[in-house]
Every structure is written in C-alpha cells, then in structure tokens.
Write a protein that binds this ligand. Structure first.
Ligand SMILES: C[S@@+](CC[C@H](N)C(=O)[O-])C[C@H]1O[C@@H](n2cnc3c(N)ncnc32)[C@H](O)[C@@H]1O
Length: 480
C-alpha cells in the first residue's frame, strides 16, 4: 500500500517545487492535474476517485493535497508517536495501531480499569488559534483582520502543512489523513443521489456552501492582497476542503478550558463508539487533555471515546461513517411537518407561525424515545378547526423552539387527529427512504473497510446504512 501511495503521489503531484519563504522553506505543488487516472485496483480506487467541493453537477478530477497519508498505513504513525514522546507526551497505556473500527486507532497496551483517567496531552501539544506560525507575518495578517477561530485554524493548518518538516507540526500533519472522510468530499450529484431521502443532504449542501464562501471571502479580503504570504498554489479550494475536513472530523471543544477549540494530536487518534459515554476534556489538576474510561480494556483491545450524543446523520456529515445498525441510542430523524394548503384557516395559521419565526413547513427531531413538545404543538395547529382560531397564537408560540417557556399544550378534543397527522407525516417520510432502498437493492457490505470498495458502492452503502438506521442532531465534539 505504501508503495502504491508513492506511485500515486508521484503521478498526481509530479512537481513539488521548493520555494524559499522567509527563514523557513515552504513546499507546494503545481496545480497541473492529469485528466486520466493510472490503472488501479479497486482497493486503491477509494483514495483516487475523489471529487471537488462543488455545488454544480460537474465532476472535477482528483486534486489530492500533497501532505498527510493513507490512514491504513502505520508508517507516519510511528514517526508521530516518536515525535510526541520527544515533545513531552508522557508514556501512555495505548499505542496507534490498525483496528477493525475506524481503520487506525488507539489500542490498549496494558490492562485499563473502568474509571481510570487516561491519555494526558499537555497544552504545549495543542494546536489552537494562538499557536505560533512558521510564517509569523501570515499569522499577523490574519489577526489584523480578526479572522474567527475556524477559518484561522483552517488557514494555519494549510500554512504549516506547506512548510513540511520545517514546521513544528510536520510529523503530526504527515500522519493526518490525506483525504478525511467527510461529506465535504461528496459532489452535489452524489449528495442528491445518495442522500435524496435524507434531511442531512440539505445540511451537507449548506456546509459545502459555507466552506466555499469562507474560502472565497478570505481570498478576496486577505489572500489576494498578500500573494507572497498566501500564494494560490498553497491556499486554494482543494487545500481548504482538506483543512476543513480535518477540523470537522478532529477539532475538539474543551469545556474546562473556557470552551477553547483545539486540535489535540494523539487524542485525535481515538475512534468513536456509541456504547461509551466518555468525552475528552482539559483536566485542570493534571493540566492536560484526558478522559475517564467508563469500561475496562484488556491489552490489544481498541479504546474508544464518544464524539458526543450525535445522530447517525451528524456522524456521517462530519466524520464520514454511520455506526452499526441499532447501536446509537442518540439517533433521531428529522420529521418535516406542513400546514395543509386546503385548510380554510391557512392564512391565519401561517400568520401566527410567522409571528414566532416559523413557516408553513417545519422540521422537528423525533427519537425512538419520543418527540419534542414543539412538534405536538405544531401538529395541533395544523389540525385545529376554525372554531379554535383563538388558540392559533398560543399553539404557534409553543411550536417555536425559541420560546423560553416550554408549554405542554393539551387539547383532548383534537389530540387523536394531531397524532394521526404525525403518523401520516412519518409514513410519507418513510416512503421516500423505502423508495431509495428498493432502488438500491439489498446491500450488506463492510463499510468499516472503505478502501476495499469502489467509491460509488461505498457511498451508496453509507446512504443505505443511514436509511436503515434513522438520523439527526445533538452535541459533543466541536461543531461549526
Ligand atoms: C478523530 S479521527 C479518529 C482517528 C482516525 N481513525 C485516524 O486514523 O486518523 C475521526 C475519524 O476516524 C474514523 N472513525 C472514528 N470512529 C469511527 C467509527 N466508529 N466507525 C468508523 N470510522 C470511525 C472516521 O474516519 C473519522 O472521520
């Protein structure tokens, strides 16, 4: 695999032009790309067949970033471990290894007890908005423009990556995935096709649009004014897609460090399990990032944390995976509800909704354990007869999740109708999933080894997994 990656790298990035920049050397590749791919086996197809962040239907051929690695290779991981211990990471009870879930992860070297505080990464190893730049002038410019944390960190990561091993983070960046798994890497056509039935499609489109908008804004306002500090060969849409993909899948918010956001090397090698309830945080007493295990591990077992109580759709959106069916208790689905156009009181109801910032169609999360009070209030409003017009306002207020006082409204005379309306709405949503599943045929592939699958089969399987589970929302790892 390492040999194949080398061949791939050289065929796709023929020109690594060393370029003198201040006191450090910055490396960047020319953006010439081959239109045809070298002949490759399916195993390699996953890393080769990529697509650009594009809201249009056109597919652009692959432009891989010239840094990072294939995460199924442990080559750069060994150098990372050595660099970490040379840089002050204390000896650990875990090591980076190949794993069944998540390809590469942290595996116990010794017995780990339930309730044990493990990991410990000191702040000197965190990448934050305050980290020192290899190009201090570039950092100064971004600070002058008061660039917020996320775009600042995305730019920082690219800048440091372009300095290769002369950056302090060279070993860390070399061990990052060259292509993070994230919906940022799906084309618009793929999102439309595979996530047709899912609410996560719209979120993914918004996220892609946001990343493109952020890059364009930085380019127009800052990069174009300082082309020597921010050359387009380095700071372009492809590298931003990579850096945002890294941030979405690895950035953590540290509640005990004033909610600081940080990339925490080593800690970001931990994979997620829906079966644990333990989160990374800064520990003030030991002054490092730690987590407390909520189960025991034996030597050789993969150690997991939780990325937060996220739905399957959210995990797919940021991390590019869907947990095994039925294992995610935080999973939920977005249910769209709408006023009926034929309703005699349509105008009055819409007016009441608008007053509370709502519209004729609203989405609410439903979970296996139930649904929010707001959803029931919206359903009451939809089914209420003209004789209840005096209550429209009250129902619309309760349907708004912005309302501070949550009201459990009850109208026994229309409760059955409201429940029937919710049921009908569920059935109509489910029918979209069923149509997609029927069209996809039955698939039961192992998506924990995405490299073994062809891209379209891989994406389709993720979409099928998402449909056969449910989906949507909650908190934990960092969100943008
Ligand atoms: C914070 S990183 C964890 C380390 C990562 N496996 C690596 O080798 O760099 C998050 C990424 O790990 C993978 N991952 C984490 N948990 C997973 C899981 N339960 N199933 C499949 N992939 C997972 C996904 O690719 C995700 O984007």
């Amino acid at each position: 695999m390492a040999e194949a990656s080398r061949i791939l790298q050289t065929s796709l990035f023929p020109a690594f032009s060393p370029h003198l920049h201040h006191h450090k050397t910055r490396y960047f590749h020319s953006h010439s790309q081959s239109q045809t791919y070298p002949s490759l086996s399916l195993k390699k197809l996953r890393s080769v067949v990529q697509c650009s962040v594009s809201t249009s239907e056109t597919k652009t051929p692959i432009q891989e970033v010239p840094w990072g690695c294939d995460i199924d290779s442990l080559e750069n991981a060994e150098a990372l471990q050595k660099w970490l211990s040379d840089s002050g990471l204390p000896s650990q009870k875990m090591a980076i290894d190949k794993v069944d879930v998540g390809e590469r992860g942290l595996v116990a070297l010794k017995n780990i007890r339930k309730g044990e505080k493990i990991l410990f990464v000191p702040p000197s190893l965190f990448i934050t908005a305050d980290s020192e730049w290899s190009s201090p002038e570039a950092g100064k410019v971004l600070k002058q423009y008061s660039v917020p944390d996320w775009p600042l960190l995305a730019t920082y990561l690219i800048s440091e990556a372009s300095f290769g091993n002369s950056s302090r983070w060279g070993n860390y960046i070399s061990a990052l995935p060259r292509q993070p798994y994230s919906l940022l890497y799906w084309t618009r056509a793929e999102l439309d096709r595979y996530l047709e039935a899912s609410q996560i499609r719209q979120r993914a489109i918004e996220r892609v649009t946001n990343v493109i908008g952020t890059y364009n804004d930085l380019r127009l306002r800052i990069f174009s004014k300082y082309p020597d500090l921010f050359p387009e060969e380095v700071f372009n849409m492809e590298t931003f897609r990579w850096s945002f993909g890294i941030l979405f899948s690895r950035l953590v918010r540290l509640p005990s460090m004033d909610e600081k956001v940080a990339l925490v090397p080593w800690a970001d090698m931990l994979n997620h399990s829906c079966e644990v309830e333990t989160f990374l945080d800064y520990d003030k007493s030991s002054q490092g990032v730690v987590f407390t295990t909520d189960r025991a591990y034996q030597p050789g077992e993969q150690v997991f944390i939780s990325y937060g109580r996220k739905s399957n759709g959210e995990l797919l959106l940021s991390y590019g995976f869907v947990p095994k069916e039925g294992t995610n208790p935080s999973d939920s689905a977005e249910l769209p509800l709408s006023l009926k156009k034929s309703d005699k009181c349509y105008k009055e109801k819409l007016e009441a909704l608008r007053k509370h910032g709502l519209s004729a169609s609203q989405c609410y999360p439903i979970q296996i354990t139930g649904w929010p009070l707001e959803l029931m209030a919206y359903a009451y409003l939809v089914v209420s007869p003209p004789s209840m017009s005096k209550q429209f306002e009250e129902m619309a207020a309760a349907a708004s999740n912005k309302s501070t006082t949550k009201k459990d409204l009850r109208y026994p005379e229309i409760e059955e109708k409201a429940l029937q309306f919710i049921l009908d709405s569920c059935e109509s949503s489910i029918s979209k999933y069923s149509k997609f599943l029927q069209a996809s045929g039955s698939m039961d592939l192992d998506v924990t080894s995405p490299k073994q699958l062809n891209r379209s089969v891989f994406l389709k399987q993720l979409a099928v997994d998402l449909c056969t589970n449910t989906e949507e929302e909650t908190a934990g790892y960092e969100e943008w």
